[in-house]
Design a protein around this ligand. Structure first.
Ligand code: SF4
Ligand code: SF4
Length: 201
C-alpha cells in the first residue's frame, strides 16, 4: 500500500515537473526594437520633452498654471479629497466616554507596530462593567505610523479614526509619540452607535 502511494505520488510529481518544463519552454522572447539613426540620436525625444517644459513655463508666466504653493501660509486642507487618510486619533462618544475598549486588535494589525496599548480593567460595580476593559495607556508612534488606516478598518467600536491631519511634526522622538490624551484631544467627539455600551446589544 505504501509502495502504491509512493509510486502514485512520484508519477504525479513527474507529470507536474514535465508540465512546468513545457510552460518554461513556451516562454516568449520579446525582440528588442531596432532603432533607426534618428531614434538613436534621441534628439526628437529631447526636443519633444523640452517643448512640454517650455509650454508649462509659458503658462506659468501668463498665470495660467500655478505650480507652487506658499506652504505653510497656504495649505492643502480645503482641497483634500474625502477619502484622504491622515493621522489616526481616538474619539469619545456623546457622553464623553472613550470609545476604545482596549481589545488590542489595532495594535495587532498595525503593520509598522506603531500602536502600544496597556489595557485596564473596569471595576465590576461600574455602570459600564460589561465592557470589561479600557485603554489605561494608548500610544501611537507617529514616526512609525504610515497612515495606512488598518487600525480604523479593524476597530470593532469605531473608536479610532484617520483624520485629515498630515503635518505631524516635532523636535524630538518624544514629541512624535501621541499619547492617549493627545489622541483624544485630536479626535474629539464622534456621534453614532457604540456597540458594546449600547444596552440593547
Ligand atoms: S494608520 Fe496604520 S500605521 Fe498608523 S497606527 Fe493605524 S494601523 Fe498603524
Ligand atoms: S481602538 Fe478599536 S481596535 Fe484599537 S484597541 Fe480600541 S477598540 Fe480595539
Amino acid at each position: 500500500m505504501v509502495g502504491q502511494i509512493s509510486s502514485f505520488t512520484l508519477h504525479h510529481c513527474f507529470v507536474i515537473g514535465h508540465l512546468s518544463l513545457v510552460i518554461l519552454t513556451m516562454a516568449i522572447t520579446v525582440p528588442r526594437p531596432t532603432l533607426n539613426w534618428r531614434e538613436r540620436l534621441y534628439l526628437p525625444a529631447i526636443v519633444a520633452g523640452l517643448a512640454i517644459t517650455f509650454k508649462h513655463f509659458k503658462n506659468m508666466l501668463l498665470g495660467r498654471t500655478k505650480v507652487t504653493m506658499q506652504y505653510p501660509e497656504q495649505k492643502w486642507d480645503s482641497s483634500l479629497p474625502d477619502h484622504y487618510r491622515g493621522a489616526p486619533a481616538l474619539v469619545r462618544d456623546e457622553d464623553g466616554r472613550v470609545r476604545c475598549v482596549a481589545c488590542q486588535l489595532c495594535e495587532f494589525i498595525c503593520p509598522p507596530r506603531a500602536i502600544k496599548i496597556i489595557p485596564g480593567e473596569i471595576p465590576t460595580a461600574d455602570r459600564f462593567a460589561k465592557v470589561e476593559k479600557y485603554p489605561e495607556q494608548f500610544d501611537i508612534d507617529m514616526i512609525r505610523c504610515i497612515f495606512c488606516g488598518m487600525c480604523e478598518e479593524v476597530c470593532p467600536e469605531q473608536a479610532i479614526f484617520l483624520r485629515k491631519d498630515y503635518a505631524i511634526t516635532g523636535f524630538t522622538r518624544a514629541d512624535m509619540m501621541h499619547h492617549k490624551e493627545k489622541l483624544l484631544e485630536i479626535g474629539g467627539i464622534m456621534h453614532g452607535v457604540v456597540l458594546k455600551w449600547n444596552e440593547r446589544k
